[in-house]
Write a protein that binds this ligand. Structure first.
Ligand code: PAF
Length: 275
């Protein structure tokens, strides 16, 4: 496995291959990332995983500071998964103009609601770094996890709007046996919160079943939120949206999705479920 840290190393590696797959990450890798890599390998071309903790997508400096950085461990894990290359740029490579006053990409209203409303600027940071990665790495395919469902739709819009020549592929959320979606943030859950956290998925699954049975949307969402609050969650949103546009709906949809974000103590959990 090659570790590419400079523009010239990346270019030399890229030039050796006709087609490649990129899996963008911020490191601290777990089985959820392994599923993205397994999917990437199914494309039958070399796989490069980028590791970069992107400062412009953090609205809270403390959150950025405490984001786990586990580069050596991540490289061992990627080697064991048979990845061909790791792209580990420093901030100057990705943001030659600096991050303070950097060029940002705003993909529009789809990026301003839900996560975008709670973490202003978050998705312009994501769209900006993903565009920079795509332009540098020039992948034919890029793989993202459906756990960050809104992020997938934001990146889709970025690619469409700028006609970026990359095919996006999505991988279903990987869960613990309990149903809890894997996330780098789970390590911050207290023992008590760890026991409560799987309730989020249980309620999502139940709400999706109720919506499929044509139960009234508003009542299903209100009851779900109430149940979450009863077990100790602070709910940021629990909402039913069109799966493509992320427009909220109070009516049944042909292709809907429930999006949820809720806090247990200082840990925010994100999850979603198709309807
Ligand atoms: O999902 C992530 O890990 C990040 O948001 C991404 C896509 C790597 C951009 O920094």
């Amino acid at each position: 496995m090659q570790i590419l840290t400079s523009r010239s190393q990346l270019k030399a590696w890229r030039d050796e291959h006709r087609q490649i797959v990129l899996v963008p990450t911020m490191g601290n890798l777990h089985a959820g990332h392994a599923a993205l890599i397994e999917h990437a390998k199914s494309k039958q071309c070399p796989v490069v995983v980028s590791i970069f903790v992107n400062p412009t997508q953090f609205d809270d400096p403390d959150d950025l500071a405490r984001y786990p950085r586990t580069f050596d461990q991540d490289c061992d894990y990627l080697r064991s998964l048979g990845v061909d290359a790791v792209f580990a740029p420093d901030t100057d490579l990705l943001y030659p103009e600096g991050t303070e006053d950097s060029l940002r990409i705003d993909v529009g209203s789809i990026a301003h609601r839900f996560e975008g409303a709670i973490r202003p600027g978050h998705f312009s940071g994501v769209a900006s770094v993903v565009a920079r990665l795509f332009l540098l790495v020039k992948p034919d395919y890029a793989v993202f996890g459906e756990k960050d469902y809104q992020q997938c739709r934001v990146i889709e819009r970025l690619v469409q709007a700028l006609s970026l020549p990359v095919a996006l592929e999505y991988v279903e959320t990987v869960r613990e046996k309990s149903g809890l979606a894997l996330s780098s943030r789970n390590r911050f859950l207290s023992t008590k919160a760890r026991n409560t956290a799987p309730v989020l998925y249980q309620i999502l699954k139940r709400a999706a079943a109720q919506l499929r049975q044509q139960q009234p949307v508003e009542a299903v969402l209100a009851e779900s939120q109430q149940r979450l609050e009863q077990v100790g969650f602070d709910v940021d949103y629990f909402t039913y949206v069109d799966a493509d546009t992320l427009e909220p709906s109070h009516l049944p949809l042909a292709h809907g999705r429930i999006l949820a974000a809720a806090r247990l103590g200082s840990v925010r959990l994100l999850d979603n479920h198709p309807v």
